[in-house]
Design a protein around this ligand. Structure first.
Ligand code: BES
Ligand code: MN
Ligand code: ZN
Length: 500
């Protein structure tokens, strides 16, 4: 998708479709007013018919509007003119992108940044626009026997910038938004690919490809032998029952000074989670193709920061394994030794995410990180607690928690902080080992975080449980959301701004 800015008269601009906002109660945006005038009242006449009321998320495609050069004009509902919020702005964009996708327009002029988005400024609106157009155009079609010719006709989007002085800022915002959209689409793709295609080796290969595509990136993949040498008995216990070899993937973005401490992202990459010997029930086990969405979001964020060439150092570490039952699989009750030296009693082989993450979290200490954020579809309990709108946030550092919360509000990829109080720790006590990998029926997302906290004492750390936010499960309408790529990138961009 090509993005550019345009400051000419939208009524005269050569494009295949112009997107124009209208509010509830027959209120028109500036461009809608202009078009109404140019078409001698045509727009008001159409709106008066009642087919579109201006509610946020409504769209109406008009053809051959008199006085307008473009063959199509899409009216886009923006809601009550006084009630604009960032979330509503995104809802409107999403609807506009979906309607445009159904048309065969290959170019569009978008005049929607002149509509309100709460406290957010023009740069924010422009960035979100590019992000929505890039990631909204995503669909996984290549696994159909006969992939559809293409339902993504759209090739270029111009954003109308009324005030030419804002042109440079708008262009920069478009570049950022497009980079974020690409990262989100990449994460969606990895998330949606099924377990027989997206294996730990596939994640490693995709990471290597990423590093080939961007100069700032390098990639190193540790195999089982190397992990064995490092003492990663916990991580390795998860993939032991699988024919697919486990991988530890390290992607580095060197954008800052050589000595500047890196921000580290760690992703849970369980490419399929059967539960292992503690086998899951058949019900919705198929949703567990999404159990590598943490890894996908981290890889997506790396693609974006490389695209943006952010001037800081960032390292992604992905703990990739497949959780399968077999004669070689870890048994409930087995005790394994983690890289940290702490021993773990595996009471339930379905609590495998924490087992791969704890060794990755010990491993990253060698980078002397500024901050570490791990991202994981870790617990069903998290979905019960927060549903799909917020990711659960845990942190051993208040400033880090605050920074992530703010990045969530800004990107609208939001988090909600949960407690990591010492009072919860005894729930993961073990009779024979240093800890157990489950903490009983209460506070399951919290006790999982407590488990990780025992491996992250040496640095500022946060954990995101994205079990509810990363994907929508089911059979026909399922899909990865690409979250929390938007949050992670915003957090990293804020660190760049902070260092200036
Ligand atoms: N991958 C699952 C968590 C999950 C569940 C993610 C639903 C997304 C949607 C994780 O590995 C798991 O199985 N967790 C168990 C932990 C339990 C055995 C302590 C769970 O949540 O039931
Ligand atoms: Mn599991
Ligand atoms: Zn899992």
């Amino acid at each position: 998708m090509q993005f550019s800015t345009s400051s000419g008269n939208p009524a005269k601009t050569r494009t295949q479709c112009v997107l124009v906002g209208i509010y509830e109660n027959n209120k028109l945006s500036d461009t809608a007013k202009l078009f109404d005038k140019a078409s001698k009242g045509y727009l008001k006449k159409v709106i008066g018919r009642g087919d579109i009321s201006g509610k946020a998320g409504q769209t109406l495609m008009l053809h051959d509007v008199p006085g307008i050069n473009a063959p199509r004009v899409m009216l886009v509902g923006c809601g009550d003119i006084n009630g604009a919020t960032g979330a509503r702005y995104l809802q409107m964009l999403k609807a506009a992108v979906a309607t445009l996708k159904k048309s065969s327009a290959i170019s569009a002029l978008c005049c929607l940044t002149e509509t309100g988005a709460g406290k957010n400024d023009l740069a924010w609106k422009t960035r979100r626009l590019a992000e929505a157009f890039t990631s909204g155009n995503y669909s996984l079609t290549r696994l159909k026997g006969k992939p559809p010719a293409s339902d993504n006709a759209l090739q270029s989007v111009d954003v109308y910038v009324a005030d030419k002085k804002s042109n440079a800022a708008a262009k920069a915002a478009l570049a950022d938004g497009s980079a974020i959209g690409m990262g989100i689409s990449f994460a969606k793709d990895l998330g949606n690919l099924p377990g027989n295609i997206c294996t730990p080796t596939y994640l490693a290969d995709e990471s290597k490809k990423l590093a080939k595509a961007y100069k700032s990136l390098t990639c190193k993949v540790l195999d089982e032998k190397e992990m064995q040498k490092l003492g990663m008995g916990s991580l390795l216990s998860v993939g032991h029952g699988s024919a697919e070899p486990s991988k530890l993937i390290v992607i580095q973005h060197k954008g800052g000074k050589a000595k500047a401490k890196p921000h580290v992202l760690v992703g849970k990459g369980i490419t399929f989670d059967t539960g292992g010997i503690s086998l899951k029930s058949a019900g919705t086990m198929y949703d567990m193709i999404y159990d590598m969405c943490g890894a996908a979001s981290v890889m997506g964020a790396m693609k974006t920061v490389a695209e943006q060439n952010l001037p800081i150092n960032i390292i992604a570490v992905i703990a990739a394994a497949e959780n399968m039952p077999s004669d070689r699989a870890t048994r409930p009750g087995d005790i394994v030794t983690s890289m940290s030296g702490q021993t773990i009693e595996v009471l339930n082989t379905d609590a495998e995410g924490r087992l791969v993450l704890c060794d990755a979290l010990t491993y990253v200490d060698k980078f002397d990180p500024e901050t570490v954020i791990d991202v994981a579809t870790l617990t069903g309990a998290c979905v019960v607690a927060l549903g799909s709108h917020a990711s659960a946030l845990y942190a051993n550092d208040d400033k880090l928690a605050q920074d992530i919360t703010e990045a969530g509000e800004d990107s609208l990829d939001r988090v909600w902080r949960m407690p990591l109080w010492d009072e919860y720790q005894p729930q993961i006590n073990s009779a024979f080992a240093d800890m157990a990998n489950i903490g009983g029926p209460q506070a399951g997302s919290i006790t999982a975080a407590c488990f990780l906290s025992r491996f992250t004492k040496k640095y500022r750390w946060a954990h995101l449980d994205i079990a509810g936010s990363a994907f929508k499960g089911g059979t026909t309408t399922k899909g990865s959301t690409g979250r929390p790529v938007g949050l992670l990138v915003q957090y990293l961009m804020d660190r760049v701004a902070e260092s200036k």
